[in-house]
Write a protein that binds this ligand. Sequence first.
Ligand code: 4NP
Length: 161
Amino acid sequence: MSKKVFVLFVCLGNICRSPTAHGVFRNMVREAGLEDVIEVDSAGTAAFHIGKSPDSRSVQVAKERGIDMTDLRARQVDLGDFYQYDYVLAMDEANFSNLKDVALPEHYERIELFLEYSQDFSETEVPDPYYGGAKGFDHVFDLVESASQGLLQSIKKVHLS
Ligand code: 4NP
């Protein structure tokens, strides 16, 4: 078997956007029978929520769409992640910039904006839903689902064909 592919989703707190991406993409990987080939994790650039469960609003939206993410716990990204993860996918430009502050220049090519993989949305950032209403969490899910589909297609093409 070819080398495993490691994917890390990153937002600010690791309690809303990146755990949603983690849960959605993990499910797609399982459904594609690729769980032995693609490893998925998520992390935050900030330390505020280390050890916490995902935000209950994210959990609820995901549950309504058939995704269980209640097992996930927040952690903070660190330099070691750039040695392990092939894809370090930032939810927004601030996360992207903060990731570059943690990484070494040789790792920069691993860091991308996650929404570059969406074929359905022209937005480039997954907006932070934390201080907004319920609609924001639905929109996060839609964006994440779309980019996850594109990401899986791309990984299959680049690594598994
Ligand atoms: P996330 O959302 O980065 O998608 O997990 C946030 C969670 C917490 C905070 C901000 C954004 N906060 O300020 O505590």
